[in-house]
Design a protein around this ligand. Structure first.
Ligand code: ADP
Length: 700
């Protein structure tokens, strides 16, 4: 934007320079300031000598040039406006910013004013004073810059070997043609370079003595101008400017190889590196021409993170040279490499799209009001959570952010082991199985939940998904209460039924009443079945409420098993029950309950082996425990059901098993009884190959 000002200083400077007449050349000491005299039409009549240092032109060639021809197309309108504005009022001055075309075709920023002295007697000219804006980087020429006397190359490389070859060619050629060379590099690179230069026959002691080869440590140089994380411009100009000034003295061109930028980059100081690149460009604007070579190891640019900075780095250089993987290729290989890169870019795009979809899905999950989602560290502190989770546990987001949501606070002590098990699974296989536990609401209320956790990718946190199952638990409880109540209510009439049955059996003693007795016997069997069912249901509800009582007596397991096998053998002729036992086995526990387990296993063995004739019962004793096994030769159990048959109400629901009556609670009760005695229960089986059930009891 153009701004009007009273440029009294312009007038006085003008007079001080004693410019009188259109052909006098303005003398300006400051090499960054440009003075131009213009005709009423904007044609340059004379410019200061500083045009050479600022824009690269010889001053004598400029007379007759339209100033607009030197201005960037986007700034031409501004200058036109300024010229027409000041033309209206004698002595008027307007300032604005313009880009001037350098002789090398690049654009340089200037800030400056144009003043109308056309009407001043003896002058009749317009005066332009422009000051180079040095902290703004030059804009590279649109294409090529063969005419430029400043080259700022950037070389990417994969291996040190390749880099040292490039640098030794660059420096070797410079030294060979009498140019002064400055190397600002790491110790290792300087040594590697010197070795190569020597191998190429260059006498470094000589070149150093003649002051044409400067070898400087990159780290040491950085320490001279770095301030915190950024280079301090003035100290940079001071340090590098004096070195370059000294090296250039009396000689022609300079070559510089520098890797301070690469050092900064490799230390994660990308912004500092980019600043330093810009400072090098500015330094050129102030100093005699030199050629600068920078080099970056390509490995520092992998991944998406650096793509923006990579582009910026490239923009700061007049020439970008790819790494050896590219340079060493023939043209057909290059095409292939480009195609490959395009392909990689495409697949990256696909990956990004896919990742976005996953993120969107996760976001929807986070917004769910049904599933609580939390992210916690492995120590159990919730770091983030959705509203559903916070509602569930009754804490606010602010409380979560203060770190108040911790495993020990949210989980009641009796569920800690479940959380720790899940944590272990997380560490070992990356995710836990779904499990049930309770959360402690802030109000102290317990909330039953179903929970699953998975390790969050690329981080030391895990993501948990939580479902409030209070309603299901309540239903379960109501079901249990119903079973408990129903079995109690049934028990009394069935017990009376049983009593009256035996009374009737005793009364019917007269001959000829055998038929009635036969029917009574059949009724008795059915009532016994009913009694067993009711007892099982009662046991089940006692287990659920933890009220199943156990006696603790010392008894001989062998005697008990022998008795049960014989009793059951007495009720069946279809099966041959074989009992094998070596010796007496004394155990502590509830004899009736252990007997109940064995009866249950024997009944199942016969029930699920309709075509077999034999059931084997074994009792084996080892050092600290007795093992009882019941083996049948029936329909067997497929692997996938073998764990689940011990859960309550679990029945195998395939065509072969569907026809067998039952409630699916016998094994659950048996397993609970054995666990309460400090033993274990399991099965070995294969489908259609019979089954062997085992249980152990600790020895007395
Ligand atoms: P149920 O009253 O159904 O027999 P259980 O708890 O005793 O209930 O057994 C659970 C399920 O395990 C049965 O439904 C059956 O499918 C299977 N099962 C139990 N014992 C055997 C066996 N000896 N052979 C084959 N399947 C068996």
């Amino acid at each position: 934007m153009a701004t009007a000002s009273n440029k009294t200083n312009v007038t006085s400077a003008f007079h001080e320079e004693k410019i009188s007449g259109q052909n006098a050349r303005p003398q300006i000491e400051n090499s960054t300031e440009l003075l131009a005299l213009l005709s009423a039409e904007g044609i340059i009549t004379s410019v200061s000598a500083s045009i050479t240092t600022t824009l690269g032109y010889a001053p004598e060639t400029m007379a007759g040039t339209d100033i607009l021809a030197l201005i960037h197309p986007d700034d031409v309108d501004t200058m036109r406006l300024v010229l027409s504005e000041i033309a209206q009022t004698p002595g008027k001055s307007l300032s604005a910013e313009y880009r001037f075309r350098h002789q090398d075709e690049s654009w340089r920023w200037f800030e400056g004013s144009l003043t109308n002295f056309l009407q001043v007697p003896g002058m009749g000219t317009q005066v332009g004073i422009f000051r180079a804006i040095i902290d703004r980087k030059p804009i590279p020429p649109a294409q090529g810059n063969g005419t430029s006397n400043f080259e700022h190359f950037v070389q990417f490389y994969q291996t040190d070997e390749f880099l040292l070859n490039i640098v030794s060619n660059f420096i070797g050629a410079g030294l060979g043609s009498g140019e002064t060379c400055i190397v600002i590099a790491t110790k290792a690179h300087r040594e590697g370079l010197e070795e190569r230069l020597k191998a190429n026959g260059l006498d470094l002691t000589l070149t150093c003595t003649y002051g044409t080869y400067y070898s400087l440590d990159a780290d040491e140089m950085l320490s001279k101008f770095m301030e915190g994380d950024l280079p301090e411009p003035e100290r940079f100009f001071e340090t590098l400017g004096s070195i370059i000034g000294l090296a250039a003295k009396g000689r022609g061109r300079l070559r510089v190889f520098g890797e301070m930028v690469a050092l900064l980059w490799s230390r994660g100081k990308q912004t500092a590196a980019i600043h330093l690149e810009a400072l090098w460009n500015d330094l050129y604007n102030l100093s005699p021409s030199f050629t600068l070579l920078c080099a970056y190891p390509m490995r520092n640019f992998t991944g998406e993170t650096y793509s923006r900075q990579f582009t910026e780095i490239c923009h700061h250089h007049s020439q970008v040279i790819p790494d050896e993987n590219y340079i060493l290729l023939r043209s057909d290989e290059r095409l292939r490499a480009i195609a490959q890169l395009q392909q990689q870019a495409n697949s990256l795009e696909v990956e990004i799209v896919e990742r976005k979809e996953v993120e969107a899905r996760f976001q929807r999950l986070l917004e769910s009001s049904l599933i609580g989602v939390f992210i916690s560290d492995f120590a159990g502190t919730v770091l983030d959570a959705n509203d559903a989770f916070l509602d569930l546990v009754g804490y606010t987001r602010a409380e979560m952010q203060m770190g108040m949501l911790q495993r020990d606070i949210l989980t009641p002590p009796e569920f800690h082991h479940k959380s720790l098990q899940a944590l272990q699974a997380l560490k070992e296989i990356g995710s836990s199985e779904t499990y049930e536990k309770e959360y402690l609401h802030k109000s102290g209320k317990r909330i039953p939940v179903l929970i699953a956790v998975t390790r969050t990718e690329h981080s030391d946190t895990c993501t948990g998904f939580v479902l409030d199952i209070s309603e299901r638990k309540e239903l379960d409880q109501r079901k249990d209460e119903f079973i408990n109540m129903a079995s109690h209510e049934l028990k009394t009439p069935v017990t009376s039924l049983k009593g009256f049955l035996s009374l009737l059996q005793k009364l019917l003693t007269t001959p000829g009443e055998e038929k009635a007795l036969y029917y009574l016997a059949r009724m008795d069997t059915q009532v016994n079945k009913l009694t067993k069912l009711i007892n099982d249901l009662l046991d089940l509800s006692k287990i659920q409420t933890g009220k199943l009582d156990y006696r603790n007596e010392l008894f001989d397991l062998q005697v008990l098993a022998q008795e049960i096998v014989e009793n059951i053998q007495g009720t069946t002729q279809s099966y041959h029950l074989v009992f094998e036992s070596s010796s007496h086995v004394e155990v502590h526990g509830d004899q009736d309950r252990i007997g109940q387990v064995l009866i249950n296993l024997l009944n199942n063995a016969m029930k699920y082996s309709p075509l077999a004739e034999k059931v084997l019962v074994r009792l084996v004793k080892d050092q600290d425990k007795a093992t009882v096994s019941v083996q049948d030769f029936g329909i067997g159990i497929a692997q996938e059901h073998q764990q689940k048959i011990f859960e309550r109400f679990y029945q195998i629901n395939d065509a072969a098993t569907k026809t067998y009556p039952g409630l699916g609670i016998g094994l659950h009760i048996s397993n609970e009884i054995i666990k309460r005695h400090g033993g274990q229960m399991w099965v070995k089986s294969e489908k259609d190959q019979g089954a062997t059930f085992y249980f152990t009891l600790p020895l007395a």
